[in-house]
Unconditional design. Structure first.
Length: 906
């Protein structure tokens, strides 16, 4: 005889969750009253806590069952939606599980509508790949209003583009959209989203009807969509602006619509506004407006308005096109000559002297028709011309521009002062707040260091209070002790917080610290030197908050650069001695590398009174003046073609590299009085280094992202830092990589000698592929000059030699140096170009020159003229004496004349 099941319905629900049987739950929950279902919640929450840290395969059915049970037991829609969407119980299928959908559908319609709306309103990062189809089905079955949240619209866009769950959808996109009853409600929201290019942009291998631009245009043509509304939405989005990829995608929609001249006239103000947008958007608007003008459909005042916008832009192609449009307008109708020449004068302030010359040409051509009435305004505008054009402007406009006075001093930025760190964090609650901010991403050096210090200090003072304060943060940010691929960084301070709360077993912390097991902070052979340094600090700190609990850390810097004041270090060691504790070896090693050498007798005397082994080492270190700088040897790195092919890599990209880098022999590190040495991870930062294939490949293939935290490891040794980071800086110039030059301003603000490595790093940064990276290099150049640490001749020589081996492109270097000069640092930039031009001139062939060479000579001529430089520069006179009228030769002659050289006899 079978035993009778005496369990209550609530107990059966909980047991189904414990055993991971979600399919049983819809039937169990269907027969329970609301009060019975609510009574299950305490046990469900307890079970959820138990499986929260278990991410094994065996726990997945339990999580899925918990998600289903919680959906049915929470009778309040808000609580149910929060439970269903929680990341710790949502399985791989997300919301798209039969049991979950069934349980939701068993609830009242108004409950369903509320829950679905809340799930749809979650931020997009909380959505799984399969969540959208489930929510759409629930929307249709519940009859609730179509959600228009960003996340729902993004899910709809992905689903219609790629199909459910990433599987290829049947039919073309046009067929799908024709049958889509959600399209009218969601299409207007599509034009308000960010980051849609991945789905919206037309794929090159798809037919037009299978792309969004093509499908939308066809629907507008056949009446499936209101063409006027669609065109207005598209233009409004292009006017509003956004990410470059998104703007290009919406521009593709506009081009697919192919507006008529009549439609363009109706939206002429939108096109004028688009002139201020992304360059490709502005070019389209400029083309449309010029076409309307040629057809006589553009109001005359709009040509001047458009010119005011475009001639202020930096893109030379747009400015050239605008000047050509002005020229054609005056040729077609001489009565417009007056407005045309006044508009063209807007280019007088453009930084490119060749474009200034084009503007003068337009004005010279149409000034007779414009008449003398325009001369006063033209003369005023001519004050913005580069001095190289003063002579022509004076003859053309009948004015005498004053000769420049004596060369002014360079305008350089103030020498930056390191920002002191704020006082140690006072309470556990503040530690939790700072930790949450660091884990949110983008934390600077000061925020990370204060957070790490706060965890150690308050674990010593009142660990239980700290654990309670950290609980809400650790509930959101859970430490995952799994296989690691990323480099260790600031956000891994979470490991220390988890150790404080006991979420990492002490034995696990001990094994990670002593290498007895794989450290959760170290990747599988893909960690950087700086990532291992980070890992060593955090591993030691995690053990300290678990067991040793020292009162403070030694290596927390005094200022945001990472530098540590010697007096502070001495005081911290004294605090350890007073508490009877010993600092960790890694902590002490990091402090020694960060401490600023001092000759202050009082500080040295206080250090001499320290009695612990750590204190004796600190005293000896300070007396010796700290770590001596390493000599730098500049070396050429050109690995060339190797032997047999490496079939693991489709492209042996490193074989084509030709770079200049720096080798260093490694330091002689003073040992402690007892023979102590620095921690291995700190020694590795300083070990002998030089260029090599493995180092170059690691930089590229592991996609490391350098951060200012790396520089804070050696704040008084920037030459050593630069030598070890040169592959990243070089890659920004010769491999078009992004990001590494963002460290250059921090490198310029660091202390220590600025030798060949620093100047090579700066040279690569000035020729980086990406504009924001070049801007960072310009900032670093100006800071080095302001501090008196820039060797312009050395930097110029490096630039010329790198250009000679093809490691940098003059077309990138010219705008960077022009930008630096534009801040008022004409003498500084001239000192660099004076060192670069001899080598650059010698390498220029007779028949042509690399793109950007003429622009470099133009920048040099401008800087020489404004800084009062005089005297011959090797190679310039010979280049100026070449025949022909190419821009390069013209700019070389302008430079020769500015330097006061006599023209060579031919």
């Amino acid at each position: 005889m079978a035993l009778r099941d005496t369990r209550t319905s609530g107990e059966k629900v909980v047991d189904a969750c414990r055993t991971g049987k979600p399919s049983l739950l819809p039937g169990l929950l269907a027969g329970m009253a609301p009060a019975e279902r609510r009574a299950c919640l305490p046990e469900l929450k307890e079970l959820r806590k138990q499986v929260r840290e278990d991410w094994s395969t065996s726990s997945r059915p339990v999580r899925e069952a918990l998600q289903v049970a919680g959906a049915g037991c929470h009778t309040a829609p808000a609580a149910a939606a929060t439970w269903i969407g929680a990341g710790d119980i949502a399985g791989r299928a997300g919301l798209d599980t039969p049991a979950l959908v069934t349980v939701i559908e068993q609830q009242p319609a108004d409950w369903q509508a509320d829950v679905v709306a809340r799930l749809a309103a979650r931020r997009s990062t909380a959505w799984g790949w399969n969540d959208y189809p489930a929510i759409e089905r629930l929307v249709r079955r519940s009859g609730c209003p179509v959600p228009t949240s960003d996340a729902f619209v993004e899910g709809w866009l992905r689903d219609r583009t790629w199909g459910t769950g990433g599987s290829r959808r049947p039919g073309s996109l046009l067929d799908v959209l024709r049958a889509d009853d959600l399209l009218p409600a969601l299409l207007p929201r599509l034009f308000e989203l960010a980051e849609v290019a991945g789905s919206l942009a037309p794929a090159p291998n798809r037919k037009p009807e299978d792309t969004w631009p093509g499908a939308l245009a066809e629907l507008a043509r056949t009446g499936g969509l209101d063409r006027a509304e669609l065109l207005a939405l598209c233009l409004a989005r292009l006017v509003r602006g956004g990410r470059a990829n998104d703007q290009r995608a919406f521009l593709a929609v506009l081009e697919a619509l192919a507006p008529t001249a009549e439609e363009n006239v109706r939206h002429v103000r939108d096109h004028v506004a688009m002139l201020d947008g992304l360059s490709t958007v502005a070019a389209r608007a400029q083309q449309v407006l010029a076409g309307l003008d040629e057809s006589g459909l553009l109001a005359s005042d709009l040509l001047a308005e458009a010119s005011d916008v475009v001639l202020f832009r930096t893109e030379k192609k747009l400015v050239r096109a605008q000047l050509a449009w002005l020229d054609k307008a005056a040729r077609r109708d001489p009565a417009r000559a007056g407005s045309v020449v006044l508009a063209a004068a807007g280019a007088f302030g453009h930084p490119d002297t060749a474009l200034q010359e084009r503007a003068l040409n337009v004005i010279a051509r149409h000034l007779p028709a414009a008449g003398p009435a325009v001369l006063p305004e033209l003369r005023l505008a001519a004050e913005g011309l580069n001095p190289v054009h003063h002579g022509r402007a004076a003859g053309l406009l009948g004015l005498a521009l004053p000769a420049p006075a004596g060369a002014p001093a360079d305008l350089l930025p103030p020498v930056p002062r390191p920002q002191p760190l704020a006082a140690p964090i006072a309470t556990p609650a503040e530690v939790a707040e700072e930790l949450a901010a660091v884990l949110a991403g983008g934390a600077d050096v000061a925020a990370f260091e204060r957070t790490l210090d706060g965890l150690v200090r308050h674990a010593h003072q009142d660990r239980q209070a700290l654990v309670e304060a950290l609980e809400p943060v650790l509930r959101v940010h859970r430490w995952q002790d799994g296989q690691r691929w990323a480099d260790c960084g600031p956000s891994d301070v979470l490991y220390v917080a988890a150790a404080v709360a006991g979420l990492v077993p002490p034995q696990r912390v001990w094994d990670g610290l002593h290498g007895r097991g794989r450290s959760p902070l170290r990747g599988q052979g893909n960690s950087t030197l700086f990532g291992r340094w980070f890992a060593a600090r955090l591993e030691e700190a995690a053990w300290q908050v678990t067991a040793a609990r020292p009162p403070l850390l030694l290596a927390v810097p005094s200022v945001a650069s990472g530098a540590l004041d010697a007096a502070e270090l001495v005081a911290r060691v004294a605090a350890h001695e007073a508490a009877g504790t010993r600092p960790g070896r890694v902590d002490l090693s990091c402090a020694l590398l960060r401490v600023v050498p001092t000759g202050d007798a009082a500080v040295l005397a206080a250090a001499g009174r320290l009695i612990s082994p750590a204190g004796l080492w600190v005293a000896a270190w300070l007396r010796a003046g700290g770590l001596p700088p390493q000599p730098s040897e500049r070396v050429r790195f050109a690995p060339g073609r190797g032997g047999r092919p490496d079939h693991r890599y489709q492209e042996r990209w490193w074989e084509g590299l030709v770079r200049y880098e720096v080798a260093q022999p490694g330091p002689q590190v003073p040992e402690g009085p007892g023979g102590e040495g620095l921690a291995q991870e700190c020694l590795d930062l300083l070990a002998a280094t030089g260029p090599g294939v493995q180092r170059a490949r690691s930089q590229v293939e592991w996609n490391w992202n350098p951060t200012p935290h790396w520089l804070a490891a050696l704040p008084n040794h920037r030459e050593e830092l630069a030598a070890r980071l040169l592959d990243g800086f070089a890659g920004a110039a010769d491999r078009d990589e992004r990001g590494a030059p963002q460290l250059l301003p921090y490198l310029a603000e660091a202390d220590g000698p600025a030798g060949p490595a620093v100047h090579l790093a700066l040279a690569y940064g000035l020729a980086a592929r990406h504009e924001e990276d070049r801007a960072a290099a310009v900032d670093a150049l100006l800071v080095l000059a302001a501090r008196g640490d820039l060797d312009g001749g050395l930097l110029g020589t490096e630039l010329a030699e790198l250009a000679g081996v093809g490691a940098l492109k003059p077309s990138r270097l010219a705008p960077a140096l022009a930008g630096a000069a534009g801040t008022g640092a004409y003498g500084t930039v001239w000192s660099v170009l004076a060192g670069a031009l001899p080598g650059l001139s010698a390498s220029l062939p007779e028949g042509g020159s690399p793109r950007g060479s003429a622009e470099l000579f133009a920048v040099a001529a401008d800087c020489a003229r404004r800084s009062g430089a005089r005297g011959a520069v090797a190679g310039v006179t010979a280049l100026a004496a070449r025949g022909g009228s190419s821009r390069l030769v013209r700019e070389a002659r302008a430079l020769r004349d500015a330097l006061g050289e006599e023209p060579a006899e031919r």
